[in-house]
Design a protein around this ligand. Structure first.
Ligand code: AKG
Length: 255
């Protein structure tokens, strides 16, 4: 029997299965303590700006091209066996940023089942599929946590089970948002250094953060080399959203 390549305790066929069925793959302790410290140190010199749509969330963009550890991490992730496996084609960077959320929640968002105009519920730009036993993902995001996010008060990562494969709009079916979809809502407890390879078609967000602790993360998005990113298309944020209803946000309270 040939030795299969393993990552985070799983062989590649198991990773395919987990990512395909769940919409994400978690790699515990992807970063060592020294690497977490190096990443936090780099974050200290980033220019974080409040998000227009959520001022309590600070964002620093384009971290992948920096001549420091955040740039090194981009190369490591882009060339990583899991990224290659899940993107299917040679991968390229589409987007990168760091987030520092002070408080509040992150609305559910994702490529599938959003408020697309007309009857459409699938955003083709985040599609993934399986052909001849191989996975192909157009938009794969690797999120790496730099602080522990272990309980509700810290604003755990949250997702809607099965939404990456759904053929109906979650937002239209659950007008009251996450509080009306407890059966489908899954939360993750993540420690500093844990990484998620996330199918962008999975509807995801975060619980409301009310704790005082820091909550920093790094995000790097990859796609096949032939994919473009919004910046290259010269898209403004308005035209970027073309094809979506103006209220493409989750309704309702946390419940
Ligand atoms: O804040 C989080 O835990 C998730 C961040 C996220 O979903 C995103 O940046 O798209």
């Amino acid at each position: 029997m040939t030795n299969r390549v393993r990552h985070a305790g799983y062989d590649e066929q198991q990773i395919d299965y987990i990512y395909d069925s769940r919409g994400l793959f978690i790699y515990r302790s992807f970063l060592s303590d020294e690497e977490i410290a190096a990443a936090k140190n780099c974050c200290g010199s980033l220019s974080f700006m409040p998000e227009v749509w959520a001022p309590e969330q600070l964002r620093a963009s384009d971290i992948a091209n920096r001549p420091d550890y955040l740039g090194e991490l981009n190369v490591r992730l882009r060339d990583h066996g899991i990224t290659h496996r899940l993107v299917g084609y040679p991968a390229r960077l589409l987007e990168s940023y760091a987030l520092d959320r002070k408080c509040g929640r992150l609305d559910l968002h994702g490529g599938a089942s959003e408020f697309l105009v007309g009857g459409e519920t699938i955003d083709i730009s985040a599609k993934s599929w399986v052909q001849h036993q191989r996975l192909y993902s157009l938009r794969l995001k690797v999120i790496i946590y730099l602080d522990d996010v272990l309980d509700q008060n810290a604003g755990r990562f949250l997702y809607i089970e099965g939404s990456h494969k759904a053929s109906f709009s979650f937002h239209r079916a659950f007008r009251g948002g996450r509080s009306t979809a407890h059966e489908l809502t899954r939360t993750l407890e993540l420690r500093a250094g844990d990484a998620i390879w996330l199918n962008e078609a999975l509807l995801h967000g975060a619980e409301s953060k009310i704790s005082q602790g820091r909550r920093r993360l790094l995000a790097y998005s990859y796609g096949p080399a032939f994919m473009s990113n919004w910046v290259e298309l010269g898209a403004t944020s308005a035209s970027q959203d073309k094809g979506y209803f103006p209220v493409e946000t989750e309704q309702g309270s946390d419940g």
